[in-house]
Design a protein around this ligand. Structure first.
Ligand code: PHE
Ligand code: NA
Length: 452
């Protein structure tokens, strides 16, 4: 076998991780959760969670990969010397595989919307009819599968080219493009009538919302989801670090966290300003916010709406794609080592399997499998719930417990490359106590059926 693949530059690695982080979680999940949980107050708690749980966990995941120099399972095996911690690696492969199976479906919806704006189909929908348009599409007999397959084909195409020429290069193009589109959209939205109201909704905290325990649970959960933690991704990406690109992991992770957070906030600004500009729509619309509500808004913006909409869905598409790539890479990287396959073969086989597993999800939103319920949920919602509420926190818990308690302290410090002793100690304390306790609370709450 040839040497293992590695990132070309530290900057490229950082952008790939940002590409994983910035996704539907920022654009679709963050705004609707913020909308439901009282705006600014949620934002504040979320920021604290990102800082005291998200950032330390990300540094921990990178460190495991950097030390192991392998895929998620292999890196755990090597770093943890085959103790039971390796379950964390296996769980990562399973979780990311399941998540990408439906994540690609939703990214397909996004691509379909962009396409439908280009053909003019969305613009022709009568006011108030977008909800029906959306349900007509996701409930169609086979169309969601067609778009899912297109998205999966693009993902496989990029993974086929490997770490440097596939993942790193695509993100070096996608991320700056995202930033430009975001700035254009934000600038435009600030010129709209609802700007003041939208900003106030997002930034002026309604302190009474702090009494709702759901707010804290959602904030911790969102911190994990948005930073792509607890599912082997950052371990896998850490496995491609060299001694050069893997320098000063805390600094790299901090930049990634900052960019992901900024992105979520700016998208929130754009979405809430748009909503308040049109008026008559409540911001707490839930998961269908960007598919069923925003297009109504775009359609009512005379003249500029179409342009705004196409840019917006293109932005969502790129963000979703780069996250899906990172999810799928966990399995590809695993398959390459575990089954001693070439990357090209692994990309094709893993891609085909993910697509197959995702088909039932694609057909479950009112389509042919719409009536199939698991524990009262549609297939897509069930897979989402299972991974978000259980697998992901358990995966994260294993990571923080392993690095906090199971790993030799000096080795962990050295691998993460903390320059400041004091920060290093703080990192360990957060991993040992704060993060595990919060994660266990989330798990219990999910189990007891509390939470959003
Ligand atoms: N972090 C991504 C987002 O915010 C979502 C994601 C979850 C990506 C899990 C990869 C893995 O949308
Ligand atoms: Na994110």
């Amino acid at each position: 076998m040839q040497g293992r693949e590695q990132w070309a530059t530290r900057y490229g690695f950082m952008l790939a991780a940002v590409g994983s982080g910035v996704g539907l979680g920022n654009i679709w999940r963050f705004p609707y959760i913020t909308g439901e949980l009282g705006g600014g107050a949620f934002l504040l708690v979320y920021l604290i969670c990102v800082l005291i749980i998200g950032l330390p966990t990300m540094i921990a995941e990178f460190s495991i990969g950097k030390r192991g120099q392998l895929d998620a399972v292999g890196s755990f095996q090597k770093t943890a010397k085959s103790k039971p911690w390796v379950i964390g690696g296996w769980l990562g492969v399973i979780t990311s595989f399941l998540i990408v199976s439906f994540y690609a479906v939703i990214t397909g919806w996004v691509l379909y919307y962009m396409f439908s704006y280009l053909t003019g189909a969305v613009q022709q929908v009568e006011p108030g009819g977008i909800g029906e348009f959306f349900e007509g599409f996701i409930g169609h007999d086979f169309l969601p599968v067609v778009w899912q397959i297109i998205v999966m084909a693009i993902i496989v195409g990029i993974l086929y080219f490997g770490v440097k020429k596939g993942i790193e290069l695509s993100n070096k193009i996608f991320m700056p493009l995202l930033a430009v589109i975001l700035i254009v959209l934000a600038g435009y939205s600030l010129s709209l009538d609802g700007a003041a109201e939208g900003l106030a909704f997002l930034f002026i905290p309604d302190w009474s919302a702090l009494g709702d325990p759901n707010l804290y649970l959602a904030a911790i959960g969102q911190a994990f989801f948005t930073l792509s933690l607890g599912m082997g991704i950052m371990v896998t990406y850490g496995g491609y670090l060299s001694s050069q690109t893997g320098k000063r992991l805390p600094g790299t992770a901090a930049s990634i966290v900052l960019l992901d957070t900024l992105f979520a906030i700016v998208v929130g600004v754009i979405i809430f300003i748009s909503i308040f500009t049109i008026g008559g729509i409540e911001p707490d619309q839930g998961p269908t916010l960007i598919f069923a509500v925003l297009p109504e808004v775009f359609n009512q913006m005379a003249g500029t709406g179409t342009f705004f909409a196409i840019l917006f869905f293109f932005l969502v598409f790129i963000a979703g794609l780069s996250s899906a790539i990172s999810l799928a890479e966990v399995s590809v990287s695993f398959a390459i080592r575990q089954f001693n396959m070439s990357r090209k073969k692994a990309a094709l086989i893993v891609g085909a399997l993910i697509t197959l597993v995702g088909v039932p999800s694609a057909l479950s939103q009112g389509g042919p499998l719409g009536e199939v319920l698991i524990f009262g949920e549609t297939i897509l919602d069930f897979v989402d719930l299972l991974t978000d509420s259980y697998f992901l926190p358990i995966g994260g818990l294993i990571v923080v417990l392993f690095v906090g308690w199971g790993w030799k302290r000096s080795e962990a410090f050295e691998t993460a490359d903390f320059k400041n002793q004091w920060l290093g100690n703080l990192w360990l304390i957060l991993l040992r106590f704060v993060a595990p306790i919060m994660i266990i609370i989330i798990l219990l709450a999910n189990y007891l059926g509390i939470g959003v």
